[in-house]
Design a binder for this molecule. Structure first.
Ligand code: BGC
Length: 824
């Protein structure tokens, strides 16, 4: 049984473990390459066909986690520096041609049959095509590929050629191609894109297996990261290795291993390629070229490699799978999202000193930069693979020095993290960006999103509350939180008239507003999200200082020279941040939002159809989004996403503001009606905030969030890299939002609002070093404790306190039946 969407030919298997395509659609190839990318948290290779080269349809690309390089481009007389995620030399290419024929491509043939499958359970991509070339030769071509999850430096691919109606000679070539540039994003085409210097391309013979191998050593032009690659290519027929001599030739930036042999219907051939990738930053190596050669030389045959790779995935799925009943497509997409998350961030990432890239390591969009998206991504990881979540926080901690320097350069104190971060933690946001609609380069003020530092502090604190990892809090998390608190204390002004603290000249998550209409300077005052979040931060520093052990507290305060006056100011800010409201009690996105013009949503929808990117549309019209009440994505509503109702009401009450359920709902409705969802993150947040009050609308938004990448709802952006926040965030909606999973006073709380369409949900979570199984079936929630717990766990189900013992399985009848389709 299979399902299908109307516009995209992706089909899913009934068991929810396979993403498949059964027709070649050139216009979708970029999208599929991103969705079928394979990786292991160390590197990712796009799912391009083995024979493909970069052209209008295909874009093979391999990226290293954190593999950045800086280049300068002259734009309008200015030197613009960008740090990019570098497209590495392509290890994937295997080409073939019959004697006298053309090198094989689908474009040059009639495609008789086509099936591409991504096996999510085992992390293997397969392709099987039947073709007829222009000389009438019919051939079955099959390929499989994996990027090893246990041995992160190894990757493998095989390509089989089986003639159906012809026999004859065939030439085969397998390459390591270092002539690649960064050309994956058309908007960046006028920017400098050559990141690789060739150091060495050669042939060598392995000492262990005696195979002839190709090797290629390159280096990034500026960051000087040295990249070593090696590949061994073998020919196999009927399970036996063919002893046909090949020839290795190195040309400028490229090394090729070629073979010639006879094939026919009874004499097919399989080309097996095992490749390795090492960089100068890897631990326990001498030199990357040598390490790559040795890795290939010692690698077992492809079949054995695949077995260990599959076993590594099996272990990851045991921790990470979420099963849902009743909707095969939802099941497959949830797994696809977990799959890409774990290909971007895996146990192999833990020692790499990299952050959470907004678009995975799957493409060149946003240059592999790290924004605030970890806010949506770490919750999934911290409840099952906390070591990875911790490594992501450590990435921030390692860049505390740069964040302190940035604050100081701005005349402020503490740590100011950049809106876009890359290798060393400096601000990587673009100075200007191209509006493809108008062709104009426009200034980019998104760096004013100071709230990114609040997200860093929030992640550090919630990592502690979910894992109980006090040692990490004391060694890294607390320092981050305190330095960020210090930054927000220095960026606030005390307004004596209001007797409140205010934050001026910042931006909230809604990137459509970066200045007041017609203002000369960018920036907005008193963004509600930033101000309330700051109040939370100040309250949290109090809890934190009380929570860590006195010795660590004393050491930390001495190290950071935190004075009693400072902590007194923080405490005061937790009680007196200013929060803007409209006259009718709606939380205002920023001060003055109320005075902006209403936007003609219907008119623009009618004129443009797709109005996700109203900023670009309006700029192209010579207008500005700053003049209107419209949002790219949730801004105020982010507060409702991050903080449970009781916490948010408590925060506002502490600040002296009354904010009841009625205002709560009106605020949600108000902003939902004024949001274009120009970021895929927006659907997540809105699903979350409506899950309890408007379940049917929430389900629709959830479905849209699920389809973000698989159906490329933004019309072309996924090809440039997956949206990791939307992917992880949808899984987290099932994990935390629909189950009502939360941590309160050290207890694990659950309060399900399961969408009617999902029926049964089952998942495992790791809470404070204890594994437990959570299952919601109908109106019963069952918690099953692992047998190895040494002490009971305090839980709260729908507000009712209970204690769960090791090995115990306990069913709770939910008072509320699961939400029905009508939301009744
Ligand atoms: C969103 C940001 C996000 C970034 C990277 C932008 O379009 O507005 O909130 O951090 O994409 O995902």
């Amino acid at each position: 049984m299979t399902g299908r969407t109307a516009t995209h030919s992706a089909v899913q298997s009934a068991d929810g473990w396979t993403l498949a395509y059964d027709a070649f659609v050139p216009e979708q190839q970029g999208l599929r390459e991103a969705l079928c990318a394979l990786g292991n948290g160390y590197c990712v290779s796009r799912g391009a066909f083995p024979w493909a080269h970069a052209d209008e349809v295909h874009y093979p690309g391999t990226y290293l986690a954190g593999g950045y390089n800086r280049l300068t481009t002259e734009i309008a007389g200015r030197g613009i520096v960008n740090e990019d995620l570098v497209n590495l030399p392509d290890w994937t290419t295997i080409g073939f041609r019959p004697d006298g024929g053309d090198w094989f491509t689908l474009a040059a043939c009639e495609v008789l049959s086509f099936r591409q499958e991504l096996d999510l359970r085992g992390g293997v991509l397969t392709l099987c095509v039947g073709v007829r070339d222009r000389d009438g030769r019919e051939t079955e071509v099959a390929a499989r590929r994996f990027v090893h999850m246990e041995y992160p430096h190894l990757m493998a691919q095989e390509l089989s050629v089986r003639p159906k109606n012809w026999s004859g000679g065939v030439e085969i070539r397998s390459t390591l191609d270092g002539r690649v540039i960064n050309a994956g994003v058309k908007r960046y085409a006028s920017l400098a894109s050559t990141h690789l210097d060739l150091i060495d391309a050669a042939a060598c013979t392995g000492e262990v297996c005696g195979d002839e191998m190709m090797t290629l050593v390159t280096a990034f032009t500026q960051s000087r990261q040295r990249i070593g690659q090696a590949a061994r290519t073998r020919l196999v027929r009927g399970g036996q290795r063919l002893k046909i001599p090949g020839r290795i030739a190195a040309a400028e930036g490229c090394v090729t291993h070629s073979f010639h042999l006879e094939v026919g219907p009874d004499a097919p051939v399989t080309v097996e390629k095992v490749a390795a990738l090492h960089t100068g930053r890897d631990v326990a190596i001498s030199e990357p070229g040598l390490a790559a050669r040795e890795a290939v030389d010692c690698a077992p045959v492809l079949g054995d490699l695949e077995a260990t790779h599959r076993r590594a995935w099996e272990r990851l799925w045991r921790r990470s799978d979420i099963t849902v009943n009743g909707d095969a497509r939802t099941q497959m997409i949830l797994r696809l999202h977990v799959f890409h998350l774990l290909q971007t961030l895996s146990p192999n990432t833990v020692d790499l000193d990299v952050g959470v890239p907004a678009r995975g390591w799957h493409g060149e969009a946003y240059r592999g930069h790290v924004f605030w998206d970890e806010l949506f991504i770490l919750p999934f990881l911290k409840f099952r693979l906390p070591a990875i979540a911790k490594a992501m926080i450590r990435y921030r901690h390692h860049r505390l020095g740069k964040a302190r320097a940035a604050a100081q350069a701005a005349g402020l104190r503490g740590a100011m993290f950049p809106w876009q971060s890359g290798s060393d933690g400096r601000e990587e946001s673009q100075v200007v960006h191209l509006n493809p609609r108008s062709g104009r380069w426009v200034p980019d003020f998104t760096w004013q999103q100071r709230h990114v530092s609040l997200a860093v502090a929030y992640n550090a604190w919630t990592h502690y509350t979910a894992t109980g990892d006090r040692a990490f809090l004391e060694s890294r998390g607390a320092e981050l939180i305190l330095e960020i608190a210090r930054f927000f204390a220095s960026i606030t002004h005390y307004n004596p008239t209001r007797e409140r603290y205010e934050i001026h000249r910042v931006m909230g998550p809604d990137e459509y507003h970066d200045a007041y209409p017609d203002a000369e300077e960018p920036g907005l005052n008193n963004n509600a999200y930033t101000n309330v979040f700051t109040a939370w931060l100040m309250a949290t520093t109090e809890t934190l200082l009380a929570e860590i052990d006195p010795e660590s507290r004393a050491e930390l305060c001495a190290k950071l020279q935190i004075t009693p006056e400072e902590t007194a100011q923080w405490a005061d800010m937790g009680r007196r941040m200013f929060v803007p409201f409209h006259d009718d009690g709606i939380l205002s996105q920023f001060e003055g939002y109320e005075r902006l013009k209403e936007f003609d949503w219907e008119g623009y929808r009618a004129r443009y159809g797709d109005i996700h990117r109203l900023d670009r549309i309006l700029e192209a019209e010579g207008d500005s989004a700053n003049r209107y009440k419209l949002s790219k994505q949730a801004d105020v509503l982010m507060l409702f996403y991050l903080f449970p109702e009781r916490v948010l009401e408590g925060l506002l009450a502490r600040l002296g503001y009354d904010f009841g359920p009625e205002q709560w709902q009106r605020t949600i409705d108000y902003y939902l009606a004024r949001t274009s969802h120009g970021s895929t993150l927006s659907y997540l947040v809105h699903t979350w905030v409506m899950a309890r009050s408007r379940p049917e609308q929430a389900w629709e938004l959830f479905r849209t969030a699920l389809e973000s990448d698989v159906s490329d709802i933004q019309g072309g952006t996924t090809a440039e890299g997956i949206h990791l926040g939307a992917m992880a965030g949808t899984v987290d909606l099932v994990q935390r939002c629909f189950t009502g999973l939360d941590v309160h006073d050290g207890a694990l709380c659950l309060d399900p609002v399961m969408p009617h369409h999902l029926r049964d949900v089952s998942l495992r979570v790791r809470f404070r070093e204890k594994w437990l199984q959570v299952a919601v079936v109908g109106d019963t929630l069952t918690l099953s404790a692992a047998p190895d717990w040494t002490e009971p766990l305090r839980v709260r189900v729908a507000g009712e306190a209970a204690s769960l013992n090791a090995g115990e399985s306990r069913a709770f009848t939910l008072r509320q039946p699961p939400a029905s389709p009508s939301g009744a």
